[in-house]
Write a protein that binds this ligand. Structure first.
Ligand code: ATP
Length: 925
């Protein structure tokens, strides 16, 4: 015997008895049937609902027995009030029932007497109220946000002068968070892997190489055949660079184009380089770990990457708010921004937008100054700048350098920058100079009289009144391009082809030669001897293999494994002249002494361990060890970006607020995408409403329901491709700001999702749904409408997250677009309409489980059709919607499961996108 509270069964060998108890009953009449007025007979319609009617408890009992006539089933229904009535009218004690075929479960819509709510009557009052409330809510959110942004940009976005030093005490506060830094570097080298095929030129040069390659660290030279079979070589970009900058000093790195200035600056700033970096960088005499180092430096790139929609003031204020110490008051931060703008001469454009190529804003030089201001405003202990004066007129170039010198002197900062041939008044501001030629050091030391004396000692006298910067760079270029070996041959060519030479160009060539021989040939040289028996820390001034055949100088020389720039004799003389100079030796000795002080009694291997521990920056290699270090640096990055040393910038919540404001203002000031998305939603909604106007419950209506649901999914799926732009347009800005430790990547990502992804992906589907739902004549119950909107929104967010992840993973936008389009198409293919789920091979079934189209389409159609009874018009057959759904391979009970899966997929896409951003979207140079 099985007993449940309301249901029990008794089993015997030839008998089953089923009892169903109903504590409460609710009966009503099925019009024009027995006891309900059939043929004018008894009508109990009112009695059923009256006090005397059957309200329970009642019992339904069925006896089933097997006899010689087969199965007989006798059932009865008993309820007190009902029994009385039956006994009155029919003389029976209760209702007896004969159910030869047993019962059948029905959907409530199939119970005789169920009437569908009438579509054409329009929405009920509660639906109208609900719709109005949601529309008002949405409008309120949008309007409120716009008002907030406007107010905010009026209050903080607009530049308003904050007064002078009386209102804020910038200087004291800046000094309070400052660590004066002496930066020393030595033996700095950089080697890159090149998988270029060895050029014919290189092979030719190789024949001219001498066999006694003396370069330290270079493998023995191999033959040309070997080079062909092993095309992977290492290119030496920098070798043996040294220098010292003290607090309050500025160091200029100069040299011809391609000399290695930017590479050296990157290495000193400990940027993530793709090649192998070696050498020591000491801060205040000892090694400093990567995290701390990045906290005390600022770096201004050669290329400007600024947010186009922000004003100059907003851009600099953002940098200040994110990176100046959180203990500093807002007034002081604003004061610091004002000071910086004044110093760089950009106060008059404070409220001007940065602009873009298509939407002109600032000039190139103004942008340059804004980029510098973003770093200058935080006043880091060491500031690196790559070509800070490029694109500036000489007046502004002077202002910028003067401003940097002021920063160094007033706040005891160390400033290092690369510069191309500065004017003499600018050069006069330099304290230290590093002069490079072909990746080798020609001079490093004090920039004023000492440099003139040093080159005079080598026989190169800068003529009186000549710009020393021009002279030095030209000297290195002249030395690098000197063709001592082939001069005669060139002369022969000129003489042999007089018809090709105009008299003017011949004269010009002669003048140039005369000038050059006057200026750049050594007079009374005291060039040091070539010294290879150097100490541990001496410069490796090596004699390169020389070409033995006449002709133009080769660009590079190779010993099989390493490719180095070809150095002429004159360049070698300059390099050796420096390495043997007292200035060079003083630097080496100072660094050596500092190391001995910082690490007394350390053996060479112990020192190497310290060096190795402090050397490493971010790695892209995902070994188990580096995954661990990624994890720890992730935590460090998220929770204390820029807070490990002396600059505790904005905390996570402040970062979120600042970034959200910036993201939203960017969206608000660049509203084309927003407007287009909303316009498309309205147009698509009206089109769908008109095309699918008032669907009925016929099979044709069902087909149209399938069509409209699929169309809406496809529309939003493809519209989401536009969200790829959200990150792609900011990739460079993000990489630069991340490298400069503006914020944690997590906060950037969260603000991007909340204030870029969501406004574009939540409101449009709601607009579309609210407009077209009633026009199409979908089920008018409010809960069905809400479920419909819910699916649209989650699906839209999931598709946008997928596109965002793709745009983060693939840097190349063309590749990213192609992949995203293909993914959308395949997602659609397995969306449940084009390919029947039930009939596809089991091997491909899993593809449905990774299709967010499938989940969205199934949820939309189930929500709409599962409760319907569809009518076949010709013969009048009625088919339950659930049955039709099943035929189409759709699960009539699957709505909430689909919504859950959509949510999981959306979350997974966002998770992948963030992880990729965190682990791989980093600066690589
Ligand atoms: N990752 C790399 N891959 C290939 N070549 C590289 C790489 N890094 C540096 N180089 C090469 O090293 C040399 C020095 O480059 P770098 O950009 O430092 O020169 P630069 O002095 O700053 O030049 P410019 O003044 O023209 O900007 C160039 O020939 C450059 O092509």
């Amino acid at each position: 015997m099985i007993v449940d509270n309301l249901f029990s069964q008794e089993f015997e060998a030839d008998k089953n008895k089923t009892i169903i108890e109903c504590p409460e009953l609710e009966c009503s009449c099925y019009k024009s049937r027995l006891l309900c007025g059939e043929g004018g007979s008894l009508d109990l319609t009112e009695w059923f609902t009256s006090e005397d009617g059957p309200h329970g408890p009642g019992k339904f009992i069925c006896d089933e027995s097997i006899g010689s006539n087969g199965i007989t089933r006798n059932c009865l229904f008993t309820e007190d009030n009902m029994n009385q009535l039956i006994s009155q009218f029919f003389g029976d004690s209760y209702i007896t029932l004969s159910c030869p075929l047993g019962g059948e479960c029905m959907h409530y819509t199939e119970v005789p007497g169920y009437e569908r709510p009438e579509f054409k009557q329009g929405f009920s009052l509660e639906v109208i109220l609900l719709l109005s409330a949601s529309c008002l809510g949405l409008l309120g959110v949008v309007f409120g946000s716009l008002v907030c942004i406007k107010k905010r940009s009026e209050s903080s976005g607009q530049y308003v002068a904050v007064g002078s030093g009386e209102n804020f005490r910038t200087e004291e506060e800046m000094m309070a968070h400052h660590l004066p830094c002496t930066i020393m570097f030595r033996n700095t080298s950089y080697i890159i892997d090149t998988n270029l095929k060895v050029s014919q030129e290189l092979l030719d040069n190789n024949d001219t190489d001498s066999d006694n390659s003396e370069s330290i660290g270079m493998a023995p030279r191999n033959q040309g055949n070997h080079l062909l079979s092993k095309p992977r070589q290492k290119q030496v970009v920098l070798e043996g660079i040294q220098g010292i900058v003290r607090p309050g000093q500025v160091m200029a790195i100069m040299g011809g184009s391609g000399a290695g200035k930017t590479t050296l600056l990157d290495i000193l700033a400990r940027k993530n380089k793709s090649g192998v970096v070696s050498g020591d960088i000491l801060i205040n005499g000892s090694f400093m770990n990567y995290g701390h180092y990045r906290d005390i430096i600022g770096y201004v790139d050669q290329e400007d990457s600024l947010m186009e929609t922000l004003t100059v003031y907003e851009t600099i204020l953002n940098s200040a708010m994110l990176r100046l110490p959180k203990t500093m008051s807002l007034e002081t931060k604003k004061g610091r921004v004002q000071e910086t703008m004044a110093e760089l001469g950009i106060l008059h454009i404070a409220n001007k937008r940065i602009g873009s190529a298509g939407n002109r804003g600032l000039s190139g030089g103004e942008k340059r100054r804004v980029s510098i201001a973003c770093e200058l405003v935080t006043s880091p202990s060491i500031l690196f700048l790559d070509e800070p004066t490029s694109g500036l007129d000489s007046y502004n170039a002077y202002n910028v350098i003067e401003c940097l010198v002021g920063l160094a002197r007033d706040y005891q900062r160390s400033v290092i920058f690369t510069i191309h041939q500065p004017r003499s008044n600018i050069y006069a501001l330099f304290d230290q100079l590093v002069l490079l030629s072909k990746g080798r050091i020609v001079y490093s030391g004090p920039a004023q009289q000492e440099v003139i004396d040093h080159f005079a000692d080598l026989g190169y006298n800068c003529p009186l009144g000549f710009n020393i910067a021009d002279y030095l760079v030209d000297l290195t270029m002249h030395a690098a391009n000197s063709t001592k070996n082939s001069t005669e041959e060139n002369d022969v060519v000129v003489e042999a082809t007089p018809s090709l030479q105009s008299p003017f160009s011949a004269t010009r060539s002669n003048i140039r030669e005369q000038q050059e021989s006057l200026l750049y040939s050594p007079k009374n040289p005291h060039v040091g001897e070539i010294n290879n028996s150097n100490s541990n820390f001496s410069i490796n001034a090596t004699q390169e293999p020389r070409p033995t055949t006449p002709g133009p100088n080769p660009q590079t020389v190779s010993d099989g494994l390493f490719v180095k720039p070809y150095l002429t004799e004159e360049t070698l003389e300059l390099i050796n002249g420096y390495s043997n100079s007292q200035i060079s030796k003083d630097i080496q000795e100072t660094i050596e002494r500092q190391l001995l002080q910082a690490y007394p009694n350390y053996t060479a291997s112990e020192l190497e361990n310290v060096r190795r521990r402090n050397r490493h920056g971010p790695s892209l290699n995902l070994s188990s060890r580096s995954i661990f270090s990624h994890f720890t640096s992730f935590l460090e990055n998220q929770f204390s970006p820029g807070q490990t040393y002396n600059r505790a910038g904005a905390n996570l919540w402040d970062q979120f607020k600042i970034l959200s404001w910036r993201t939203f203002i960017n969206l608000y000031r660049n509203p084309d995408l927003l407007r287009t998305q909303y316009a498309i939603s309205v147009i698509a909604a009206v089109s769908c409403g008109l095309l699918f106007w008032k669907l009925d419950n016929t099979l044709a209506g069902f087909q149209n329901r399938l069509g409209v649901m699929f169309f809406i999914s496809a529309l939003f799926g493809f519209a989401c491709l536009s969200s790829m732009q959200a990150f792609a347009s900011e990739r460079l800005i993000f990489i630069r700001e991340r490298a400069n430790r503006y914020y944690s990547p997590l906060m950037y990502f969260v603000s991007k999702v909340f204030f870029d992804l969501l406004p574009l992906r939540v409101i449009p589907p709601v607009i579309l749904g609210l407009i077209c739902y009633h026009m199409i004549g979908l089920q008018p119950e409010p809960d069905v409408l809400l479920r419909f909107l819910l699916v649209l929104v989650i699906f839209n967010v999931t598709s946008a997250s997928c596109c965002l992840a793709i745009s983060i993973i693939f840097e190349d936008q063309a590749v990213a677009s192609l992949i995203a389009t293909l993914i959308m198409l395949f997602e659609m293919l397995f969306g449940g309409l084009l390919l029947n789920k039930a009939t596809i091979s089991p091997a491909f079934q899993w593809l449905y489980s990774i299709s967010f189209f499938n989940y969205a389409f199934e949820a939309l159609i189930v929500n709409e059709v599962a409760g319907l009874t569809l009518v076949e018009e010709k013969f009048g057959f009625k088919v339950p919607g659930a049955l039709v759904l099943q035929t189409f391979g759709l699960n009539a009970q699957g709505y909430w499961g689909d919504v859950k899966n959509l949510g999981i997929m959306g979350g997974a896409f966002l998770g992948v996108a963030f992880l990729w951003l965190q682990l791989f979207v980093k600066e690589r140079r």
